[in-house]
Design a protein around this ligand. Structure first.
Ligand code: UT7
Length: 329
């Protein structure tokens, strides 16, 4: 960290999940699957699904509105950069972040960030750099996802996994000892074929189809996830100058309860120090960690000074992790 400037931290949070809920039992009626299979393989019981006319920008707006509802009318004052991490932007361009800038009348730059599920953690990491370098004062880092609009509802192997939602955070300077520490941002494009959605309009490599659905090689992503959740968490803790014993709460990407459990066991953390929301929301990608954080806050599971260990993984393949010392808000 630059010693002449304060460290950046997260001082406000907001989250949103669409009101429409689809249970495993609902899915049993439309595809060859069962509540038993989905529950034992993934831990998912329900997922929240955006309405037909509800898109990623709407989910981002709602998450920001929730942030304002929690933190007051001044919560957005002075925001000078908006980052929307998403795999499902309203359009290839303009950036969904520009729609957020306009909606809330911010005097801010705006760009979208595509790093798959770790996108929100990437946005927080980049927001931290912008603040600590002096480039920005307050960064609005959003993760929002309308994934159920791009899954193939005829592919039971992926359709049951995903949900929609949004999360938003303010990243700005905080006093010691608070803030975002030990940020790890990683990628390994050798795994690019394991999880993708290739169609982006006419600018395609020759031979690619103009429209396709999300594809995932679940087993390969699973193996990668278990490995990287372990290495990336340990790296973040070490970079932050802490040990696993200093971690109050583990807030992992909510993709699969078995992956979360494997990571928890390798870190030797008791179950009560892990946030699990995958049962309620399924995997909503970039929204998963801010939504899980908001849930933990609402449940009174986060206190000022707590060290939160965040980690995510996804298409790319990519990963990200960080320690967030909560406060001072
Ligand atoms: O944000 C990052 C995104 N991705 C992930 O985190 C995904 C990581 N991977 C996973 O979570 C798991 O690999 C899955 C949950 C996707 C799949 O679990 P699995 O234990 O690896 O199952 P599998 O793919 O090996 O499939 C086992 C069986 C297959 O049947 P056969 O070939 O053994 O007869 C599948 O056809 O389960 C079948 N199957 C289903 N059965 C009922 C696959 N999907 C379903 C389903 N309902 N929805």
């Amino acid at each position: 960290m630059n010693e002449t400037r304060p460290r950046a931290g997260v001082t406000a949070l907001g989250a949103y999940a669409p009101s429409k809920v689809v249970t495993n039992f609902d899915l049993e009626k439309i595809m060859d699957t069962s509540d038993e299979w989905i529950t034992t393989r993934t831990g998912i019981k329900r997922r929240h699904v955006a309405a037909d006319e509800e898109f990623t920008s709407d989910l981002a707006f709602r998450a920001v509105e929730n942030l304002v509802a929690r933190h007051g009318d001044d919560a957005l004052t002075g925001v000078d950069m908006v980052i929307v991490a998403t795999n499902t932007p309203d359009a290839l361009f303009p950036a969904t972040a520009a729609l957020v800038q306009e909606k809330f009348r911010l005097r801010a730059g705006a760009f979208d960030l595509l790093a798959a599920c770790p996108g929100w953690l990437y946005a927080v990491g980049i927001g931290k750099s912008l603040v600590e370098s002096g480039q920005c004062k307050r960064v609005l880092a959003i993760g929002a996802e309308a994934l159920t609009k791009i899954v193939d509802w005829n592919d039971r192997a992926t359709a049951v996994l995903f949900g929609d939602g949004g999360g938003a955070a303010i990243v700005e300077a905080v006093p010691e000892p608070y803030g975002v520490k030990g940020v790890v941002l990683g990628a390994d494009g050798a795994g690019a074929d394991h999880l993708h959605k290739r169609s982006v309009g006419a600018c395609l490599p020759s031979g690619a189809r103009l429209s396709d659905s999300l594809y995932m090689n679940g087993r390969e992503v699973y193996k990668f996830a278990v490995r990287v959740m372990n290495t990336a968490t340990l790296e973040a803790v070490e970079k932050a100058g802490l040990t696993v014993d200093d971690i109050s709460l583990f807030v992992p990407h909510q993709a699969n309860l078995r992956i979360i459990e494997a990571a928890r066991e390798r870190l030797s953390l008791p179950k009560e120090r892990v946030v699990v929301t995958v049962d309620e929301y399924g995997n909503n990608s970039t929204a998963s960690i801010p939504l899980a954080l908001a849930n933990a806050l609402d449940a009174g599971r986060i206190a000022v000074g707590d060290n939160l260990l965040l980690v995510s993984f996804g298409a790319g393949l990519t990963w990200a992790s960080a320690v967030l010392t909560w406060g001072p808000a």
